[in-house]
Design a protein around this ligand. Structure first.
Ligand code: SF4
Length: 197
């Protein structure tokens, strides 16, 4: 009797879910609803991703002061749906705002890997782009893109808060483009360089 009860509960949990799942899947495949739902869901998530960016609250050097000003009351990045968070596990944008020493290369890659997908990287300032004043120095990387893929480059020493806000705008356009498929695959994967258009 106990075995029957056990079998009945197993049917309820696993087999029932399988049967309902297969039936629903077959019905959705027969109609075009499945494709419609996946396109609609993809566009909805893409809209949510680009309208609510969560950069990591990480300051490396002087460009970090401009990043702080961007989040402050005068420039108020929250107007544009940009919310700074202090845990990489809650973030989807890494703003690299200073030179990356060889000693700091591993920790910043670790922070990047702790961020969930999908995620994007902004190289803010000359130091993050190429090493800046420390170019070809013995202990500074020649750009953060030697260890992390960069989506948006914002030149300047330092770039002003308006430039960072502009960078977020370009990142939004890139996220929107990356959701569009072309005949040759996803478009919009190339990095964006502010002022290069
Ligand atoms: S780019 Fe200029 S302002 Fe920014 S961290 Fe480097 S030296 Fe400082």
């Amino acid at each position: 009797m106990a075995d029957e009860a056990q079998n009945y509960s197993m049917f309820n949990s696993q087999a029932l879910v399988d049967v309902v799942g297969d039936t629903t899947d077959a019905a959705l495949k027969a109609s075009r609803i499945k494709k419609f739902i996946s396109v609609l869901g993809g566009r909805f998530f893409n809209w949510g991703q680009r309208k609510s960016l969560f950069p990591l609250h990480l300051g490396i050097k002087c460009c970090a002061l401009e990043m702080a000003a961007t989040g402050g009351s005068r420039f108020d990045a929250e107007r544009f749906g940009v919310f700074f968070r202090s845990s990489p596990r809650q973030c989807d944008v890494l703003i690299v705002n200073g030179p990356i020493s060889k000693k700091f290369a591993d920790p910043i890659v670790r922070l990047w890997e702790q961020m969930p997908e999908p995620k994007w990287c902004i190289a803010m300032g000359e130091c993050a782009i190429s090493g800046g004043p420390y170019y070809q120095s013995y202990n500074i990387l020649e750009g953060v893109d030697t260890v992390i893929p960069v989506d948006v480059y914002i030149p300047g020493c330092p770039p002003r808060p308006e430039a960072l806000i502009d960078g977020f705008g370009h990142l939004r356009k890139k996220i929107m483009r990356s959701g569009v498929k072309s005949a040759s695959g996803p478009v919009g994967d190339a990095p964006i360089i502010l002022g290069d258009d």
